[in-house]
Design a protein around this ligand. Sequence first.
Ligand code: ADP
Length: 223
Amino acid sequence: HELRTPLAAIRLYAQTLQLDRAANDEERRECVEAILRDTERLGQLVERVLEWRKIAEGRRPYQRRRDTVEPALREALDAFHGLLRAGEATLEVDLRATMPVEIDRAGITEAVLNLLVNAHKYTGETKVIVLRSRDVDRGVEIEVEDNGIGIPQAEQGRVFEPFRRVDERVRSQAAGVGLGLAIVKDVAQAHEGRVRLRSEPGRGSTFTLFLPGAPPAAEGEST
Ligand code: ADP
């Protein structure tokens, strides 16, 4: 469905142009813009499917270096701010983690950005999103909390499966193919970590990513 809809739309707009059915230049321009928009969207979907193939085959590259999680969280926040329209959501940020981990910065940035985007997508009018990090026993936790629609108990284990979406809400929600959380899980596993979900329908969801701390740096090794 996700792939067919934009494809069908592109065909329709292209045919309108081919048969010269647009009433005027304005309408022709609109057709071209719609085609560009839908090809862009298709391209993104195809990228994600290819990405999923990599995950499934264990070919997703991770390069881990000893660092705190803070730079990755800042990058995710920057990217998220770029997507947000002013005043659209209240974002609370509380970053306290200082323990170094063996981190693939790009991977953690992507995972946290996926969680932030979901918190935004699956939340109603007055969105309150919280990003936290903290040191815990043997590692750090990164948490994204929202006050959104929540996830029913029966679905909570399954939303991390690829292409899994909570069905009745698919149509009404923004675009997605159900890979965001599968990527989050893969990133967590690549760090020997894990992701936990607490959620109550109608109240919101909290996703917590645990990453184990790095072993103590060897003598002479830079940190
Ligand atoms: P996508 O958002 O592309 O559908 P994800 O893998 O990121 O894919 O999420 C899978 C499903 O889990 C979503 O379709 C949605 O139903 C549910 N979900 C994810 N994050 C949230 C959230 N913060 N609040 C409520 N539901 C969520």
